[in-house]
Design a protein around this ligand. Structure first.
Ligand code: PMP
Length: 338
């Protein structure tokens, strides 16, 4: 499709791009799926649109209503653009630490930002989550998206991302690799691919090494969007309901340095500029590919573009200050970033 009657129709339908130079010496065909080709610049446009449409359908969001989410990341952008198009007010509760550029992007879509100290314990009345929930309780017509526990999030990938991967590989895909934040992407896409292939497609969760999903201690976080981390003071170790554990065959833990190397290499050798969580997915896929054959086809989902990370993962002094080598951060990225 090359013509859409609205921006919302243009969500989804991202291509597959074969890796040639970055996959040299590896036997399987490796394709990446650049999700920044969605209008809001990330994979989360799919979930945002689906959650909002579901809320309209079940009556929890009505004309004149208010779209609310607690996020500082890509889901907020997806909701902001969808709300803008459909004429809803959008209010996003986010960490006071988010970058100015991101604030400006929310503002550009006309969304209201409520900046909250992300280090307040989650059960405290001033925490991000408490403030978001209180706002919704006190505001007539307000609807809270709750991407971590919203079935429309994985469903968006079951009905769009999964079929796209299957159709665009003519059913030859053997391995699907994705990072796990809320789990929406991997759960929905993975379930579809398992069903349509009769269980043949292997689903691999690429995970930052300290993330709880792959058995890490949840201690630290450099890569935004991917993994499950437990800040000792702020977070409760709760597994999202959007995550379907039964779909993931295995996790591959990835060191931050390897993710950064992978994504920088991808830009230099393929001309594909992807973000940090994409590096996690790609590093895992390249490791996996070493044990595969010419008969295998690996699809790697890249959640967002490197353009949002030019001053971090692609910046040598930022990397050096963080103790990372080569061409990493002074302080871990904190707060909700999904
Ligand atoms: N990477 C980035 C940059 C993201 O914003 C997200 C969304 N949280 C993910 C990976 C993981 O996607 P999901 O929430 O569908 O698991």
């Amino acid at each position: 499709m090359a013509r859409y009657e609205s921006v919302l129709e243009s969500i989804g339908g991202t291509p597959l791009i074969r890796l040639t130079r970055a996959a040299q010496g590896l036997r399987p065909r490796i394709y990446v799926k650049p999700e920044w080709q969605n209008p809001g610049g990330s994979v989360k446009d799919r979930a945002a649109l689906a959650m909002l449409r579901q809320a309209e359908a079940d009556g929890s969001l009505r004309p004149g209503g208010v779209v609310v989410e607690v996020t500082s990341g890509n889901t907020g952008i997806g909701l902001a653009l969808t709300a803008a198009h459909l004429g809803y007010r959008a209010v996003i509760f986010t960490s006071s630490m988010i970058a100015q550029e991101k604030r400006d992007q929310f503002a550009a879509y006309g969304a209201e930002l409520r900046l909250v100290d992300a280090f307040v314990p989650r059960d405290h009345p001033d925490s991000l989550r408490s403030q978001g929930e209180r706002f919704v309780a006190e505001t007539p017509g307000a609807w809270l998206a709750q991407q971590y526990d919203n079935p429309a999030n994985p469903a968006a990938h079951y009905t769009s991302t999964g079929p796209e991967v299957w159709d665009d590989t003519d059913g030859t895909v053997t391995h699907f690799v994705a990072t796990v934040g809320t789990g929406g992407t991997i759960s929905g896409t993975g379930r579809y691919l398992k069903e349509v292939s009769g269980g043949r497609v292997q689903v691999i969760g690429a995970d930052p090494i300290t993330s709880r999903y792959s058995g890490g201690d949840g201690s630290q976080k450099y890569i935004e969007g991917a993994g499950h981390f437990v800040h000792p003071e702020t977070a409760v170790d709760e597994w999202p309901k959007s995550l379907d554990l039964g779909v993931i065959d295995r996790y591959l833990p990835v060191e931050d340095q390897d993710a950064i190397d992978a994504v920088r290499e991808l830009a230099r050798t393929e001309g594909v500029l992807a973000g940090g969580s994409s590096g996690v997915a790609l590093a895992a896929a390249l490791e996996l590919a070493e044990d595969l054959t010419e008969d295998d086809t690996v699809v790697v989902l890249l959640p967002d573009s490197g353009r949002a990370y030019l001053s971090t993962y692609f910046n040598d002094s930022w990397l050096a200050a963080g103790g990372f080598t080569g061409p990493a951060p002074l302080t871990p990225v904190e707060g909700p970033t999904v």
